[in-house]
Write a protein that binds this ligand. Sequence first.
Ligand code: HEC
Length: 167
Amino acid sequence: MLKIVLTRLLLLPVMPLCLAVDNVLPTANGIEIPQNYKNWKLIGVSHRLDKGSLRSILGNATAIKAARSAKTAVWPDGAVLAKLVWKDRRHPDWDKAVVPGELQHVEFMIKDAKKYKKTGGWGYARWVGQALKPYGANADGAEQECFVCHTAVKANDYVFTYPATLP
Ligand code: HEC
């Protein structure tokens, strides 16, 4: 008994190191939710009329550097793109404005031409809802689903978003 209690006490301080950012589990294809994505910068926005949702497309430092210097025909290794999706909501004080409501999912494309060769050089991962539940039951499923649809923009390095223009 004492041994069990002691073991538990010893394990306690170590446990947080074993968990991903904010205790979010990795996806079935082994991708961890990127650190610090909430502080990434904006690349573009999108409004899906069919899904009724607002999307914000962000990039890590490598992606932002490529986007700001118009070097996105082939995104560099290390670039990570994020898409954060919220349900449409009418602004409570201005009903002609649509603003972010409930968070639907956050998803990522991670560029590593060698590691993710079989899916066009991008690793794909999605986490669902405010609880950030990893999406996809098995290692191939989500990747294949994402990759198949993104193949529509193969000529643009599998990326739909064109960086929004800025002065
Ligand atoms: C049925 C088509 C479809 C599927 C399936 C799909 N996407 Fe996308 N994705 C899009 C479209 C269209 C955009 C452009 C932005 C928007 O309006 O949503 C996009 C944009 C993105 C972006 C921003 C970069 C870009 O290409 O514009 C990321 C990151 C992304 N998707 C990740 C994923 C992940 C991860 C999955 C699988 C879990 C996935 N997508 C599945 C159609 C799809």
